[in-house]
Design a protein around this ligand. Structure first.
Ligand code: G16
Length: 541
């Protein structure tokens, strides 16, 4: 074991989902080491513990894996279970932690952010329940980074991460496992694989865009090998260190190849994409885009059609900026609906306490209590199961859903890479005026309520403040503004827009048209275009 003297490095504060920085920052001498040692220290050390380790295959992941293995060995860990080739999708890592009863795990990914020598890298710690570290733990890690003065790292040759089985690193066992098999087996327990096989055998056509990221091997194994989808169903199926130059964020802007195919002539019946680390999903039908908030609501309403959820749902949960469409489903079912801050970590307590079964976010994340992360391929398989069980198309399912529950028109407008001071000033000025807004009129609409969202966790009574500015109108239409906690360049302003139409008229409008009054209200209240000088958002979901 070698003890290396170090000094604190500023800025190692985990964001919405772990610590994300530009690769040159993360790969600078001591940067990763400081953060990993601070993580181990904040957990009370890792002596005798079992950890899971893997990532999404992005640039620097293999080097980082070797460094972390040597640090875990020097810190006295008993065993590290690592995916072959240092690969593990985020949901597969969550499953492996739970399956093997590990004490926790480190996931090397900057999720949907681009990868490469000049792009993004990230590290996050997941707890023994398989879920992201809660705020109390990430704050303890950050506190430790500010006083750290040494890290431990074994001097040893690199481990062969291509060879399955046990190896030794000092006294620690490194167990290299197939990253796909256990996860694929879990999916077989939840969904009606024979029915899905029959659907594909009957000519059902699908396109899955894995965006040169980690879901490629998982999707090929499950969709093409186990379910018999046509070879080539999965495209961009090989994880590449720079994602082949793709921006692996499954939304209409970045998954534009898939969008073009699904909106074009002779489109497949079903389309889906996932992100860098496999926890996000975008769902499409032929000529039809499903907004993530609607996807969550449709999945909650129909989950009982899949064997894993045949007993019904205990409750649902959504992040605050996600539309209230799923709340309407929960009300009809008579089950609990929870509203949490942005960040999957906030669902962990509710899932562990059996207060919800399915949860989701507008940021293309959906999942259930089968793991403690959002899960892209799980959402794809649940949609497929529902399509197989109902015999309906994606467009028919959506239309039926809106006819039953009404439609929560929804969109998110992102303004990327704003100067940090400008973004903070915009938010600060609006925050200062929130108290004056209730009762005020904007473009003929009356504001009913306005606040800075705070979450009171019903399980552990922790309070999370300043989670987004909400302005709610008399008809329950809503605008929400918050700054992203996952970007690595300047500030990203997210503007969330929602308007409810009960129907039966007006359910098939273009969302941007339907939301035009809300878009105008944002400009009147916050002056986004005027203050940023931008002519429009960089990303519209
Ligand atoms: C992460 C979190 C999500 C969150 C998303 C966007 O996703 O796990 O819970 O909704 O970031 O966060 P923000 O709006 O702060 O950028 P991922 O897929 O990046 O891990």
């Amino acid at each position: 074991m070698t003890r290396h003297a170090t000094t604190p490095i500023p800025g190692q504060k985990p964001g919405t989902s772990g610590l994300r920085k530009k690769t040159p920052v993360f790969s600078a001498p001591g940067y990763l080491e400081n953060f990993v040692q601070a993580t181990f220290d904040a957990l009370g050390g890792v002596t005798g513990k079992t950890l899971v380790l893997g990532g999404d295959g992005r640039y620097f992941g293999d080097t980082a894996t070797q460094i972390i293995l040597k640090m875990a060995a020097a810190n006295g860990a008993a065993r590290v279970i690592v995916g072959q080739g240092a690969w593990l999708s985020t949901p597969a890592a969550s499953h492996l932690i739970r399956l093997r009863g590990a004490d926790g795990g480190l996931i090397l990914s900057a999720s949907h952010n681009p990868g490469g020598p000049e792009e993004d890298f990230g590290v996050k710690y997941n707890m023994g329940n398989g879920g992201p570290a809660p705020e109390a733990v990430t704050e303890a890690i950050y506190a430790r980074t500010q006083v750290i003065d040494f890290y431990l790292k074994l001097e040893a040759p690199d481990v062969d991460l291509g060879a399955l089985g046990d190896q030794h690193l000092g006294d620690m066992v490194v167990e290299v496992v197939d990253p796909v098999a256990d996860y694929a087996d879990l999916m077989e327990t939840l969904f009606d694989f024979p029915a899905l096989k029959a659907m594909f055998a009957g000519g059902f056509r699908m396109r899955m865009d894995s965006m040169n990221a980690i879901t490629g091997p998982y999707a090929v194994e499950i969709l093409e090998k186990r379910l018999g989808a046509a070879p080539g169903t999965v495209v961009h199926a090989t994880p590449l260190p720079d994602f082949g130059g793709m921006h692996p964020d499954p939304n209409p802007t970045w998954a534009h190849e898939l969008m073009a195919e699904m909106m074009g002539a002779n489109a497949p019946d079903f389309g889906a994409a996932s992100d860098g680390d496999g926890d996000r999903n975008m769902i499409l039908g032929a000529g039809c885009y499903v907004s993530p908030s609607d996807s969550l609501a449709v999945l909650a309403a129909n989950a009982h059609l899949a064997p894993g959820y045949a007993g019904g749902l205990k409750g649902v949960a959504r992040s605050m900026p996600t539309s209230a469409a799923v709340d309407r489903v929960a009300a009809a079912m008579g089950i609990e609906a929870h509203e949490t801050p942005t960040g999957w970590k906030f669902f962990g307590n509710l899932l562990d306490a059996g207060r919800c079964t399915i949860c989701g976010e507008e940021s293309f994340g959906t999942g259930s209590d089968h793991v403690r992360e959002k899960d892209g391929l799980w959402a794809v398989l649940l949609w497929l199961n529902i399509l197989a069980a109902t015999g309906k198309s994606v467009a028919e399912l959506l239309a039926d859903h809106w006819a039953t529950y009404g439609r929560n028109y929804y969109s998110r407008h992102d303004y990327d890479a704003l100067p940090v001071d400008q973004a903070n000033a915009l938010m600060g000025d609006l925050r200062a005026r929130l108290g004056d807004l209730p009762g005020a009129e904007v473009n003929g609409m009356t504001i009913r309520a306005a606040d800075d969202f705070a979450y009171h966790d019903p399980i552990d009574a922790s309070v999370s403040k300043s989670q987004g500015l909400r302005i709610i109108f008399a008809d329950d239409s809503r605008i929400v503004l918050r700054l992203s906690g996952t970007g690595t360049e300047g500030a990203t302003l997210r503007v969330y827009l929602e308007r409810y139409v009960a129907g039966p008229e007006g359910l098939a409008e273009d969302p941007q048209q339907a939301l035009a009054p809300m878009i105008a209200a944002v400009e009147a209240l916050a002056g986004v275009a005027a203050r940023t000088g931008r002519s429009g958002p960089d990303v519209i979901t």
